[in-house]
Design a protein around this ligand. Structure first.
Ligand SMILES: [Zn+2]
Length: 340
């Protein structure tokens, strides 16, 4: 059951312009605000925000609605979850009865499990001198560790499983969240003895993890599998932390890896993001172009980095964005370049 008064209360405190401009660059156009639609690819803005009516509408794809509709569509979440996000923004505590527990969707459960896991990994990091020492060696400050919620998945096959089970989460839910794998001998932890980088959506909610092995252990990176809340080809690492800076400067700094992003932020380039170990996709570009008009690519100086940059530039230019490429000296990546 939805409480109409509560919804009105939230709407009166969360202005649609403030909300949407966190995701889309808006310019004044008459009575309205206009920008590039985040829901379909377009080159001229047909996405509008009407502040007096507190609604958005896209003349291109027909998407429209209030603040709730925007969050549901942008973050791909249920109504209940949009309600939670917006109540938090509005500083309103949700009465427990407001969310019908039986109607809590699988997606919300998955997100809850991911938050639990992120907390667990952070807790484990504090206890692991090896992981802390590793981050120190990579030049990651305590502040960055905090900002990016970096954690550690301990060695062993069932640490996280045991922890989550102890909190009433069942195996199926843990597997659905992409945190465990079902094998011949039973279910086991997906991430073992790895530094953990939570991957967040635009609202700062954890939707997946990237896990990096220590030193030369292989595979170097493992990402969460795709789940109902995580689509790899649409997600950029660091975008939540970077979106303010991107919007302010009208520019995105595109790097290749998690550590590149974190180190760039640490050195004042707070507009750095990276795809998740994949090539840049059309969906990534679409996310970027609603926030900024210019992309600077900062890729490795090696042959692979150069060819990745070339492919990315052609995709970016097709979308009418300005692109520049920053080539680092051979053998350097942004991480090594900044920290050396
Ligand atoms: Zn549209």
């Amino acid at each position: 059951m939805k409480n109409d008064r509560l919804l009105e209360d939230i709407k009166s405190r969360v202005d649609i312009f403030d909300l949407v401009s966190g995701y889309v660059q808006l310019k004044k156009a008459g009575q309205n605000w206009k920008g590039l639609c985040p829901f379909h690819g377009e080159k001229t803005p047909s996405f509008t925000v009407n502040q007096s009516k507190q609604i958005f509408h896209c003349f291109g794809c027909g998407a429209g609605g209030d603040v709730f509709a925007f969050v549901m569509k942008y973050d791909n979440v249920s109504f209940n979850e949009a309600l939670r996000t917006l109540a938090r923004k509005a500083g309103i505590a949700l009465p427990d009865g407001n969310i019908d527990r039986r109607a809590v969707l699988r997606d919300e459960k998955i997100r809850d499990v991911l938050v639990e896991a992120a907390d667990y990994f952070r807790d484990q990091l504090r206890k692991s001198s090896r992981a802390l020492e590793y981050l120190g060696r990579r030049g990651i400050s305590a502040e960055s560790t905090e900002n990016f919620k970096i954690g550690y998945a301990p060695a062993g096959w069932s640490n996280l499983l045991r922890h989550l089970r102890g909190r009433g989460v069942n195996e199926k839910e843990i597997t659905e969240a992409g945190l465990a794998v079902v094998g011949g001998k039973g279910t086991y932890d997906m991430f073992r003895d790895r530094t953990m980088f939570p991957i967040m959506n635009m609202s700062g909610g954890v939707i997946a993890f990237g896990g990096r092995a220590f030193d030369d252990a292989q595979p170097k990176y493992i990402n969460s599998p795709e789940t109902p809340v995580f689509r790899k080809s649409e997600t950029l690492f660091g975008l939540y932390n970077a979106k303010e800076s991107i919007r302010r400067g009208n520019m995105v700094l595109l790097t290749e890896g998690y550590l590149d992003v974190i180190v760039c932020h640490q050195f004042g380039f707070a507009n750095a993001v990276a795809p998740l170990g994949t090539a840049l996709t059309q969906s990534h570009v679409q996310k970027i172009r609603t926030l900024a008009g210019r992309v600077v690519l900062m890729f490795d100086g090696d042959a692979a980095g150069r060819s990745a940059a070339k492919r990315a530039v052609s995709l970016i230019c097709q979308s009418n964005l300005k692109a520049s490429v920053l080539i680092l000296p051979d053998g350097e990546d942004p991480d090594s370049y900044l920290t050396s």
